[in-house]
Unconditional design. Sequence first.
Length: 263
Amino acid sequence: MDIHNPTYVPGHQLLAGKSVLITAAAGAGIGFAAALKAVQEGCRGIVISDIHEGRLNEAVEMLKKETGLDQVYGKTCNVADEEQVQALVAFAEEKLGGVDVLINNAGLGTSKALIDMADDEWMKVIDVTLNGTMRMTRQMMKVMKARGQGGVIVNNSSVLGWRAQKEQAHYAAAKAGVMALTRCAALEAAEFGVRINSVAPSLCAHPMLKKSAPEALLKQLEGREAYGRGAEAWEVANVMIFLASDYSSYLTGENIACSSQQA
């Protein structure tokens, strides 16, 4: 494979027979890419969620059309709302007959210098990106523990949990929190057979980023990558699917960098 111009990797049934729940999966980024890969890897059913109902309905229909899987369901959810989180997990449990894999993809990022940042700007990013991941993880852990059949949780973190970038203090703090949450929750969940890991992308070249970020900044970020480009969303999704599969059976509490970024 040409690492500078990668070719999409077909499925190999890594999730055959498993059921999957993914948050923030109705856009054109990592969440939907992970949903598509999960189906292509043989999952028996999938629930995707998003805060945007119209976009979510379109994503459900697109997944059905592109994959031929009938067991594709959507439910709106704001992960900043505990009642909606509980309702989403209950919905997925009912529709899928139990969730085997949860992928926490929901997150919120903005660019703002810390010195100019208001408390509500800080808290909004923290509440969606860190607290939302915690709420979903906590609720899924309760359900998986009660069911007694194990399971897997995969969180979306970021290399900014390790590395510094201007105007990203709130997002970096949230993602560092996701990493710490992953490590600590994994120790607790190991007692009842649930694995929890996270994926830390560096630069992912999805359409939303290209639309929102200044071109000069994107060029600068691409210049830091060893391959001179951002990851395709499906390349990040591949790592998520690996962590969700039995191929990573001895991995828990790990934060896997999906990055070609140079030090």
